[in-house]
Design a binder for this molecule. Structure first.
Ligand SMILES: [Zn+2]
Length: 478
């Protein structure tokens, strides 16, 4: 300043390379990442963070990344903007909730989330059948817990000083990091970190404990929801509970497909039945294609007579083709690339009968399974039947498929004496639920456990892609 006016001196150059930038009018410089200004520091910093966060969020969801990468990028690139400021600036619950709502709205705008679908499932891990995002509320709780834990474990005198200052602030004003920590730990019913300092060798554990508790609370809340929670109960009852979320963990789908499947699982897609019963619209609940049953997701995906010989058959054939491709690969067989069924593929050891009527000695009605695998060296015959079923009925369909070919297997057993003849049901839920599929694939001995997982995942993807196509087509019709 010179005589009350600002004087321009240009950038200052230090040791030939580094520069100190000149501050513009109205601008500020940063110290340890925090802007040094005369205005209330909290407000300006929060405003800046919010803008930066939303900009990054939009960039991620506008991009061509797949669904899983978008979730990871949101957590590591966008949400991380706030992470260093938690525990330093004061944050209120309603403030963080409002920000989380903005996140939901933004993702919905880029078709990454159906507006009626469960918000809780956005924040459940992909292992447990959620989308794997982390809410700002969750990050705040974890950051505050780990910051406090780091402070009480410190031996550095000046960091102990920070803790003493916080304790003094807490005693004086009741607004401090310590107050926030008390709130978080009380909410999750956890003991305060540091109380067992001598006995615990490993650290840090507070953030991990908080994260586990957050997931428990989310899942418990979801289970109590009547409409959104129905799929959770199906998932928990399924034999392949963790295989059912393989498609989420491999994460090859687009965000739009994932959002559609989640909305279908949550039972909130605008089918005629939903529009009449839940949205209270004055319309006919019957299916718009066959006009026979009420139009529910279950009807569209597994029992609409109109799509039985078209899209349901097509989806079934794709699942079968995926299975045949993997069997061929594991046995070193050349599989024709066309989707044509009703063929025989063979080499010296392996013979595959695809969708053929098996000649039998007696008159048997059920003698055309989807696939018969004939392994000469191992002396085994696997009679495989494929089905894409409505999710809660997967276990039932597996039993049905095993029983269906009992006569055929008895006949084959009489003709191939000393051979192992067994029925292998390959049943997958139309919305991804897996029953005993991995167990059945391992029985065949064709796949090792790593390969079996890949096969389950690809079969699941094929079924989900078909289902998503069917839903899109039907719901876009008038
Ligand atoms: Zn129908």
């Amino acid at each position: 300043m010179e005589k009350g006016k600002r004087k321009f001196i240009g950038h200052l150059t230090l040791d030939g390379e580094r520069q100190i930038q000149e501050v513009e009018q109205g601008g500020s410089y940063r110290y340890l990442g925090i802007a040094q200004v005369f205005a209330p520091i909290t407000l300006t910093t929060k405003y800046r963070l919010r803008r930066k966060f939303l900009g990054r969020l939009r960039a991620v969801w506008r991009s061509l990344l797949n669904a899983k990468q978008k979730a990871i990028s949101t957590n590591t690139r966008a949400t991380a903007v706030f992470q260093y400021y938690f525990g330093i600036l004061q944050w209120g619950t309603s403030e963080l909730d409002r920000l989380d709502c903005t996140v939901c709205r933004t993702i919905s705008r880029f078709h990454g989330h159906h507006r009626n679908a469960s918000i809780l499932r956005l924040y459940i891990t992909r292992m447990e059948g959620g989308r794997g995002l982390t809410s700002l509320q969750q990050v705040w709780e974890q950051s505050v817990a780990s910051l406090y834990e780091n402070l009480i474990w410190q031996t550095e005198p000046w960091l102990r000083g920070v803790l003493l200052h916080q304790q003094w602030k807490h005693a004086q004003f009741k607004s401090s990091l310590i107050q926030e920590v008390y709130t978080v730990f009380h909410r999750h019913g956890l003991p305060l970190p540091g109380s067992e300092r001598e006995s615990t060798i490993e650290r840090p554990t507070a953030a991990r404990m908080v994260r586990a508790s957050q997931q428990r609370v989310l899942i418990e809340t979801l289970r109590r929801k009547r409409i959104h929670g129905a799929h959770r109960h199906t998932l928990e009852a399924a034999e392949g509970r963790y295989d059912s979320t393989l498609w989420l963990r491999y994460g090859k789908s687009k965000a739009e497909t994932e959002a559609l499947v989640f909305a279908a699982q949550d039972g909130v897609l605008h089918t005629n039945k939903y529009r009449r019963d839940v949205l209270r619209q004055d319309i006919d609940p019957a299916c718009r294609l066959c006009h026979e049953g009420p139009e529910t997701i279950g009807h569209i995906l597994s029992c609409c007579p109109h799509s039985l010989w078209k899209s349901i058959k097509l989806r079934h054939d794709r699942v079968l083709a995926t299975l045949i491709k993997h069997v061929g690969r594991a046995r070193g067989l050349e599989i024709p690339s066309t989707d044509a069924t009703s063929t025989t593929v063979e080499d010296t050891n392996t013979k595959l009968w695809v969708d053929l009527t098996i000649p039998t000695a007696e008159q048997i009605t059920e003698r055309r399974p989807d696939l018969v695998i004939h392994l000469k060296d191992e002396k085994v015959i696997w009679v495989v039947d494929v089905a894409v079923s409505w999710d809660p009925l997967v276990a039932e369909r597996e039993l049905e498929k095993t029983a269906k070919y009992r006569d055929l297997m008895a006949d084959l057993g009489r003709r191939y004496v000393g051979w192992n003849v067994q029925a292998i049901p390959v049943v997958i839920g139309s919305l991804g639920t897996v029953g005993g599929l991995r167990r059945f694939l391992l029985i065949t001995g064709i796949f090792d456990s790593h390969n079996a997982e890949r096969v389950v995942e690809e079969i699941q993807q094929a079924a989900l892609r078909g289902s998503a196509q069917m839903i899109r087509r039907q719901l876009s019709m008038r």
